[in-house]
Design a protein around this ligand. Structure first.
Ligand code: SAJ
Length: 417
């Protein structure tokens, strides 16, 4: 079939490539002409899609990328995988809206549109369908098919493959569900049909809200166990020996990324909008996680004070600036807030992270150095924010003082969060 995947990021590109490998003719649509040029040159910027895999489908003609909406005409199925950021705490669905108009203008009777972008329950039926109908003059259900299928990408995961992760599928009616399920059945090992788009939209948010709340629980516990003289890290490992009814989360300097700090806020926003009440767990979790950088700085200041050193004027080295272990993404990373707080207190802050892509290094507001023995020895304190595999942990343990936010180090000068 003729497929359009609108949005060629970490969600859309893997889907487009695998749809091409499944025998479809795929157009990867993206408004970023730089991305389009790189893709058509066989250069993948998504870690889960090797460039060789991209080039293979380019060479057969099964896939090409474009920023030209005219090239979208004639699609049988269009999948929307555009970003849904938060703007001042509210969902920004403008990318979905503009994409829907573009697809609607080229929507033919019998074609199908699937939304994958993470959003609040009701978006598919209340926002997407009216735009598609208005732009096409067609009627949802009667003339064209539609549904929602959330993405479950775990960037860089070595345990869970793209096609091995069960895929929720939904349709606005049974005919839509059938077409959408058949499409994804050709790509994923398992598809899980649900009764409608709202269920699929909510399921996605439950997945990440569950994670956010439990990480924030462990983070708050970490800040309370320390003064109680209890080792929260050892206690978590002990609790994790329980083979049922428990899932292990670990404390950290905060919660970053484009999923966890963002997705649950869609639900909180919709609940407040529609019901006028707070989604208390999400608001509390966000508050706890937002204050973890302050807690990191408080622990650091106490450690420096014990050595008679004020934060002001101290040379601090932050190790691991991206949002999670071995990730290359800086979005919402807590390291930025930690650096800002320390700088505001007059510290001389440096950062080291070999995972930060050269193109992003200028975005960081702190001097970047290599994590060398000299750099570590010259620091008054080191903070291990992300325990990237690229770091030499034995070398870091020689620092005059290390605040280890990941419980990866040991030694007389090491303290854990
Ligand atoms: N974090 C902790 N403690 C934990 C787990 C995570 O502090 O126990 C922090 C991480 O350092 C990071 C943030 O939370 O800053 C988010 O980490 P994450 O492991 O949830 O990674 P993400 O943001 O890439 O989440 C994605 C999600 N996938 C989708 O939304 C499709 C999430 O549902 C996955 O569970 C997660 O990947 C994964 O397992 O890789």
């Amino acid at each position: 079939m003729q497929i359009v995947v609108a949005g060629q990021g970490y969600v859309g590109l893997p889907l487009a490539i695998r749809a091409a490998e499944a025998g479809h003719r795929v157009v990867g649509y993206d408004v970023d002409e730089g991305r389009v040029a790189r893709l058509n040159a066989g250069e993948s910027y998504v870690e889960d899609v090797p460039s060789a895999q991209l080039r293979a489908v380019l060479d057969t003609g099964a896939y090409f990328a474009t920023a030209d909406a005219a090239a979208l005409a004639g699609y049988d199925i269009a999948v929307i995988t555009v970003p849904t950021p938060l703007r001042d705490g509210a969902p920004d669905l403008t990318y979905i809206e503009s994409c829907a108009r573009t697809l609607g203008e080229r929507l033919r009777p019998g074609a199908t549109v699937v939304l994958e972008s993470t959003t609040y329950p009701g978006t598919t039926e209340e926002l997407l369908l009216p735009i598609l109908e208005e732009a096409s003059g067609l009627r949802a259900g009667t003339d064209f098919l539609a549904g929602f299928s959330p993405e479950r990408i775990t960037p860089g995961s070595r345990r869970f493959s793209f096609e091995g992760t069960p895929k929720l599928v939904s349709g606005i009616d049974s005919a839509s569900l059938k077409v959408i399920k058949d499409f994804y059945d050709g790509i994923f090992q398992t598809t899980v049909p649900v009764s409608g788009p709202k269920v699929a939209e909510l399921a996605k948010l439950i997945e990440n809200t569950f994670r956010l709340v439990n990480i924030s629980l462990i983070n708050e516990l970490a800040t309370l166990a320390k003064p109680l003289g209890a080792d929260v890290w050892e206690a978590i490992d002990a609790a994790a020996t329980k083979p049922f009814g428990f899932m292990r989360f670990t404390p950290g300097p905060g919660v970053g990324g484009h999923c966890l700090p963002v997705d649950p806020q869609f639900l909180a926003w919709k609940i407040r909008q529609e019901l006028g009440v707070p989604f208390r767990f999400v608001e509390l979790a966000a508050n706890v996680n937002r204050h973890m950088p302050d807690y990191v700085v408080q622990r650091l200041a106490e450690a420096l004070a014990r050595r008679g050193m004020p934060v002001s004027g101290s040379r601090i080295l932050l190790l691991g600036l991206t949002y999670k272990i071995n990730a290359t993404d800086l979005r919402e990373s807590p390291s930025a807030r930690v650096a800002e707080l320390l700088s505001d207190l007059g510290a001389e802050v440096r950062g080291a992270d070999p995972n930060v892509p050269d193109s992003d290094r200028t975005r960081l507001k702190l001097p970047l150095v290599e994590a060398t023995a000299e750099e570590i020895a010259a620091s008054d304190a080191v903070v291990l924010l992300m325990d990237h595999a690229a770091f030499d942990f034995a070398m870091i343990e020689n620092a005059p003082y290390v605040l280890d936010c990941r419980n990866r180090l040991s030694g007389p000068t090491v303290e854990t969060l």
